[in-house]
Design a protein around this ligand. Structure first.
Ligand code: FES
Length: 110
């Protein structure tokens, strides 16, 4: 595991995503009532940032065409996107949000 600082905990509020870059990888750090999530910040349908979309019911919705990606698996649950996006291990260390972009989770639905 190679965790690196993504942002500060105070920079993300519940129900929002914050765009950041970790080791040159674009990452959306998301906080929900269920906890913290880190998902690749590029839609798999076209190159737009997922962090500009809404967070709802454990998903982040692409603002461009409306595909919703599961924050736990990266799997889209509606068209037009059909390819999962990577999701990354995340942990909190004091006031820092740390993300490991070198070890994305498995992309299968679980
Ligand atoms: S660009 Fe994200 S669904 Fe089309």
């Amino acid at each position: 595991m190679t965790f690196a600082r993504a942002c500060g905990t105070a920079e993300v509020t519940v129900g929002t995503a914050r765009a950041t870059v970790v080791d040159d990888v674009p990452v959306a750090v998301v906080l929900t009532d269920e906890g913290w999530f880190a998902i690749h910040d590029v839609c798999s349908h076209a190159e737009v940032p997922l962090s500009d979309g809404d967070i709802d019911d454990g998903h982040i919705e692409c603002y461009m065409h409306g595909s919703r990606f599961d924050l736990r698996t990266g799997v889209p649950d509606q068209l037009p996107a059909t390819v999962p996006v990577p999701v990354y291990p995340i942990r909190i260390d004091g006031d820092d949000v740390l993300v490991d972009v070198a070890n994305p989770h498995h992309l299968e639905e679980n």
